[in-house]
Design a protein around this ligand. Structure first.
Ligand code: NAP
Length: 251
């Protein structure tokens, strides 16, 4: 494969929205690094699918909530591909349904460590490699936010919603910080999307339960989110930075 092919790293690229971004990224011509936290079989399956379609991909383990893992993950991509052109801060968690007056410090700290601190640390490593200030050739970053940042997720997970509010603000601030260094930073803000995240938060029936209340009477698909991400990463979005694109079916 050509060393000139652009390289895309997606955190949480092994399942759900991240996996769709990895597959569409490979189909769009990127060499892809598929990050995962613990489910290696899922990451390997995404890599195998990309290779079966004549693409190039690697799986890279790393918990974005651990700084040493983040540093090691980016170093592994350096070793494998020798460049980084596009980065997606996608890894994120929800927790079980709870009111704020029921939340422990441990819960809120874990939410913020993975969703917020993890995204900051990954953005730091991406900027160090892409920024012309650091000798890089520029690049594009997309952060995955959530409609919850606007809606607040009352009675469900306000901690998660607040973590995504932080992602929106980081997107605007980082975009302005690195705009003159060849890097564009944008966010995609999905509404309810059909993935396993709802089951991991103890609500496997969440999509079925809520779809009649959604404007389009259905949840979004991971592919519908991935198309928006690939657009923002592409040169077609060359004058777009600091934008937060709702992919939430009118919600
Ligand atoms: P998902 O199906 O639960 O997949 C989560 C992915 O993230 C998996 O690949 C998982 O890897 C990885 N991951 C989890 N914790 C990690 C960590 N600490 N470090 C590295 N990777 C980690 O989730 P999803 O629904 O695709 O969500 C992806 C993003 O979209 C999240 O930021 C989420 O908040 C956002 N979002 C989702 C929805 C929705 O309705 N689905 C709506 C709005 C926003 P392992 O399998 O190895 O754990």
């Amino acid at each position: 494969m050509s060393a000139a092919k652009k390289v895309l790293l997606v955190t949480g690229g092994s399942r759900g929205i991240g996996a769709a971004i990895c597959r569409l990224g490979a189909a769009s011509g990127y060499r892809v690094a598929v990050n995962y936290a613990s489910n290696q079989a899922a990451a390997d399956a995404v890599v195998a699918g990309i290779e079966a379609a004549s693409g190039e991909a690697i799986a890279v383990r790393g918990d974005v909530g651990k700084e040493a893992d983040v540093v090691a993950m980016f170093a592994a991509v350096d070793r494998a591909f020798g460049r980084l052109d596009a980065f997606v801060n996608n890894a994120g968690i929800v927790d079980v349904k709870a009111r704020v007056d029921e939340m422990s410090a441990e819960r809120v700290e874990r939410m913020m460590r993975i969703n917020v601190t993890g995204s900051f640390l990954c953005a730091r490593e991406a900027v160090k490699r892409m920024s012309t200030r650091h000798g890089g050739k520029g690049g594009a970053i997309v952060n995955i936010s959530s409609a919850a940042a606007r809606l607040g997720a009352p009675g469900e997970y306000v901690d998660y919603a607040a973590s995504k509010g932080a992602i929106d603000t980081m997107t605007v601030g980082l975009a302005r910080e690195v705009v003159s260094e060849g890097i564009r930073v944008n966010a995609v803000s999905p509404g309810i999307t059909e993935t396993e995240i709802h089951a991991s938060g103890g609500q496997p029936d969440r999509v079925a339960r809520m779809q009649d209340m959604l404007p389009m009477k259905r949840a979004g698909t991971a592919d519908e989110v991935a198309h928006a991400v690939l657009y923002l990463l592409s040169d077609e979005a060359s004058y777009t930075t600091g934008a937060i694109l709702n992919v939430s079916g009118g919600r």
